[in-house]
Design a protein around this ligand. Structure first.
Ligand SMILES: Nc1ncnc2c1ncn2[C@@H]1O[C@H](COP(=O)(O)OP(=O)(O)O)[C@@H](O)[C@H]1O
Ligand SMILES: [Mg+2]
Length: 245
C-alpha cells in the first residue's frame, strides 16, 4: 500500500484537483483506492459524490462528515484490499496538529502556482515543513508540482528560477486547462477522459505518476527536498518578486 498526501497551506493551488484526478486515475487502472479528505470543506468528497456509477469505485473517507448509522471507526476504516491512499488537506493546515498523519505517508506532493503570492506562500510553507521534519523526522519523499502553468509566461520562468535557486526541482508541470473544472463537477478524472481536448493534460501527468510509482513504499530517502531553505536563501529570491508579470 502506498500513501500519497497533497499538501500546501496556500488555498487554491490545486490540492483537490490533484487528489481527485489521481484517485480517478488509480481507480481507472484497477487499483483499489481510498480518498481521504482532511479538509472540513470536503471538496474531494463532494467530487466523489458526483462520480458516475459507471466509473470504477473510489472509497471516500471524510473525518469531517459523519454518516448516520455507522460508527466513526467504521467510517475511518481502510478496506484491506486498498493499494493507494490519496489524502487531501485544507488550506492553512496546522502542520503540528497533522504531524502524526504524515508519519505514514510515502509521498508528499506540493502544488504551486506561478504568481508571486503563490511562490512566496509556498516557499514559506516548505520552510515550515522542514522545521517540522527536523523535530519529527519522516521518510516521506517530497515532490513539487507546478500547477495551472502557462509555460509561455515570464512568471513561469520566475517560478522555475526561484525554486531552482532554492535547489528544488519540479517533478511535473500541469498546464492550465479549463477541462479540470468540468472534471471537478462530474466526479471523474481528466485521466479517464478520451477527448482530444485533454490529450496534452494527460501527458502532463505522466512524469508525476512515474514519480509516485517509483521506489519502494516508505524506504526512500528524501530526494527532491534537498536543500535547507535557509532564512537568507529564502529572503533573497523574493526581493526580486516585484519584477514578476
Ligand atoms: N491545471 C489547472 N488548470 C485549470 N484549472 C485548474 C487547474 N488546477 C486547478 N484548477 C482550478 O483551480 C481552482 C482551485 O483548485 P483546487 O484544486 O480546489 O485548489 P485547493 O484544493 O488547493 O484549494 C479550482 O477551480 C480548479 O478547478
Ligand atoms: Mg481543496
Amino acid at each position: 500500500m502506498r500513501t500519497i498526501m497533497v499538501l500546501n497551506s496556500k488555498g487554491g493551488c490545486g490540492k483537490t484537483t490533484i487528489v481527485t484526478n489521481l484517485a480517478g486515475y488509480y481507480a481507472s487502472i484497477g487499483l483499489p483506492v481510498v480518498l481521504k479528505d482532511f479538509d472540513p470543506q470536503a471538496s474531494s468528497i463532494e467530487w466523489l459524490k458526483q462520480r458516475p456509477y459507471s466509473k470504477p469505485a473510489i472509497h471516500g473517507i471524510s473525518p469531517f462528515r459523519s454518516q448516520s448509522g455507522s460508527t466513526r471507526s467504521w467510517q475511518m476504516r481502510i478496506p484491506p484490499e486498498t493499494k493507494r491512499i490519496i489524502i487531501d488537506t485544507p488550506a492553512g493546515i496546522d502542520l503540528q496538529r497533522h504531524s502524526a498523519i504524515m508519519k505514514n505517508v510515502d509521498k508528499i506532493l506540493i502544488p504551486v502556482q506561478q504568481s508571486a503570492i503563490d511562490i512566496r506562500a509556498t516557499a514559506m510553507f516548505i520552510q515550515e515543513l522542514e522545521k517540522l521534519f527536523r523535530i519529527s523526522p519522516t521518510e516521506a519523499v517530497i515532490g513539487l508540482v507546478a500547477n495551472r502553468a502557462n509555460q509561455n509566461s515570464p512568471s513561469f520562468f520566475a517560478l522555475q528560477r526561484i525554486f531552482n535557486n532554492l535547489d528544488f526541482e519540479f517533478i511535473a508541470v500541469l498546464n492550465q486547462n479549463e477541462n479540470y473544472a468540468h472534471a471537478a463537477e462530474s466526479g471523474i478524472s481528466i485521466l479517464e477522459h478520451d477527448s482530444p481536448f485533454v490529450a496534452q493534460s494527460k501527458q502532463d501527468w505522466q512524469p508525476l505518476i512515474n514519480w509516485l510509482e517509483e521506489g519502494e513504499d516508505k524506504k526512500e530517502k528524501q530526494q527532491v527536498l534537498r536543500a535547507t531553505v535557509s532564512a537568507a536563501g529564502y529572503s533573497n529570491p523574493f526581493s526580486r518578486a516585484s519584477t514578476f508579470a
